[in-house]
Design a protein around this ligand. Structure first.
Ligand SMILES: NC(=O)c1ccc[n+]([C@@H]2O[C@H](COP(=O)([O-])OP(=O)(O)OC[C@H]3O[C@@H](n4cnc5c(N)ncnc54)[C@H](OP(=O)(O)O)[C@@H]3O)[C@@H](O)[C@H]2O)c1
Length: 201
């Protein structure tokens, strides 16, 4: 699969490296595709750097890992290019708690958007192993077909599973769940080496 990454920072950069290692092709959609630092990093990760619009058009799937507050405007700008496209929205804090403004804008633009990768620290994307256990990922929104593809991409980077929390109406819960991880890791000082796992019987 060709995966477009918009925002190759902590989250996008780690996912680019992991998906590349899993055999996928990586396109970076950058604000400034000729930025030397971005080109140097992309060369090391065997990724191509394009404008955001070109990268979205050429990707089979798109990951958005920018600051949350820029997603709504980006969705409006990309418009038709997003229609029917599998988009993984890893962003947080696009608006006040209880809202999912960035995600809603992606859906309004016609993207088959799934909220995922937002409720755990980037270190867990680099390595989701805890002893003999593998952390779980959580996702919500989008079509069943999109979520089946996302589950494969989540497992490809070593997570146990991507637990389906439901449809678009549950995305705000997943954004709040991110605040639980942030609270435990940072405010409660547990550190960033923590991850969630669902237990069943
Ligand atoms: N850090 C975590 O552990 C973590 C965990 C879960 C979710 N998240 C969420 O994931 C998102 C990314 O976090 P991060 O820690 O990876 O951030 P980061 O390291 O600061 O990277 C952000 C990336 O977004 C790009 N960017 C910024 N503004 C942009 C714009 N207007 N248009 C296009 N690209 C833009 C930046 O590229 P340039 O500035 O080079 O153009 C950079 O590559 C955030 O929404 C965050 O809340 C983070």
């Amino acid at each position: 699969m060709t995966i477009t990454i918009i925002g190759a920072g902590n989250i996008g950069g780690r996912l680019a490296e992991k998906w590349k290692a899993a055999g996928h092709s990586i396109l970076i959609g950058a604000r400034n595709p000729s930025d030397e630092e971005t080109l140097k990093w992309a060369a090391g990760s065997d990724a191509r750097v394009l404008s955001i619009a070109d990268a979205v058009q050429q990707g089979d799937a798109v990951l958005i890992a920018t600051p949350g507050k820029v997603v709504a405007e980006m969705a409006t700008r990309l418009g038709e290019a997003l229609r029917g496209k599998l988009v993984m929205d890893a962003t947080n804090m696009a608006g006040p708690p209880g809202t999912s403004l960035g995600f809603d804008a992606l859906r309004n633009a016609g993207a088959d958007a799934v909220k995922v990768f937002n409720c755990t620290g980037w270190e867990n994307l680099a390595d989701p192993r805890y002893g003999n256990e593998l952390a779980d990922m959580f996702m919500a929104g989008g079509s069943q077909e999109a979520k089946a593809n996302v589950r494969e991409l989540v497992k490809a980077i070593g997570f146990s599973d991507a637990i389906d929390m439901g449809g678009d109406d549950k995305v705000h819960l997943l954004e709040a769940f991110a605040l639980v991880w942030i609270d435990l890791a940072i405010m409660q000082k547990m550190g960033r080496g923590i991850a969630f796992k669902l237990m069943r019987r």
